[in-house]
Write a protein that binds this ligand. Structure first.
Ligand SMILES: [Ca+2]
Length: 246
């Protein structure tokens, strides 16, 4: 077999060709995945003709659009990217901006980076915490809040770490939400609906939980320094829905 005869220039070429085939077969699938991930269909277009100047993590010039998007996909701190075709300018941002701080400027496109499990209208993926969430309008009691998320389909938020608790507070403040319900239920003891397990992280306020009944929900509110309280159903809170990574 010529592939294995290394005594002639022709065969040396063939050996190179053989190695190329191996490289293609072994290496390309990963590359294809990354190219596929970097296609624009995996990005949600948020805004056109709006320049975002806030929360910049990087600004790159003389770059084409696809490499710009790849830069964002390969940077875990990148939550969104802006690109200007005529200027060949790429901007990576650490948050997803609603556009409220944007400046009108023709030629800019603004994208949210999304993974498949978070590809849902109004949902945002925080890549650092791997949280896919949406802030729903209005205040609702606990079962109605659950129903709002379930209809998406999604779930109420589960807070299972101090990092997520801190993030929750920031989101609530940014969206002017005075408290949210969690996806927890009481089965003798409080459990996370996502796993059915007792939570490894809690943030109960002093004396909480104090309900002896079962018709209660858990919420975090700013007037208790965001410490957790169990509440009766009628109390109305803001709604943050979550889609968990499968
Ligand atoms: Ca209580």
């Amino acid at each position: 077999m010529a592939f294995f005869d290394t005594n002639s220039s022709t065969v040396r070429f063939s050996t190179s060709a053989f190695l190329l085939v191996i490289i293609v077969l072994v290496y390309l699938p990963d590359q294809l995945e990354s190219i596929k991930a970097a296609t624009f269909s995996s990005l949600r277009s948020i805004l056109n003709n709006t320049r975002i100047d806030t929360n910049l993590t990087a600004s790159i010039t003389n770059i084409r659009k696809l490499p710009c998007m790849s830069e964002c996909l390969n940077n875990v701190n990148c939550m969104s990217a802006g690109y200007h075709s005529n200027n060949t300018e790429c901007r990576l941002h650490s948050v997803l901006d609603s556009g409220s701080s944007g400046v009108p400027e023709t030629g800019w496109e603004y994208f949210s980076i999304q993974e498949d499990f978070c590809r849902k209208e109004n949902f945002v993926h925080n890549r650092i915490l791997d949280i896919c969430y949406s802030v729903e309008p209005g205040l609702k009691n606990c079962p109605d809040a659950m129903g709002t998320c379930a209809s998406i389909p999604a779930s109420l938020l589960t807070v299972d770490s101090q990092e997520k608790q801190d993030w929750l507070q920031e989101v609530c403040v940014a969206n002017n939400i005075t408290g949210v319900y969690f996806d927890m239920y009481k089965d003798g003891v409080w459990k996370l609906r996502s796993t059915g397990m007792t939570p490894s992280y809690t943030n109960w306020d002093d004396g909480q939980p104090d309900s002896t009944g079962t018709d209660v929900c858990v919420a975090s509110k700013p007037n208790f320094n965001w410490m957790w309280h169990d509440y009766p159903y009628p109390w109305k809170a803001g709604i943050i829905c979550e889609i968990r990574r499968p």
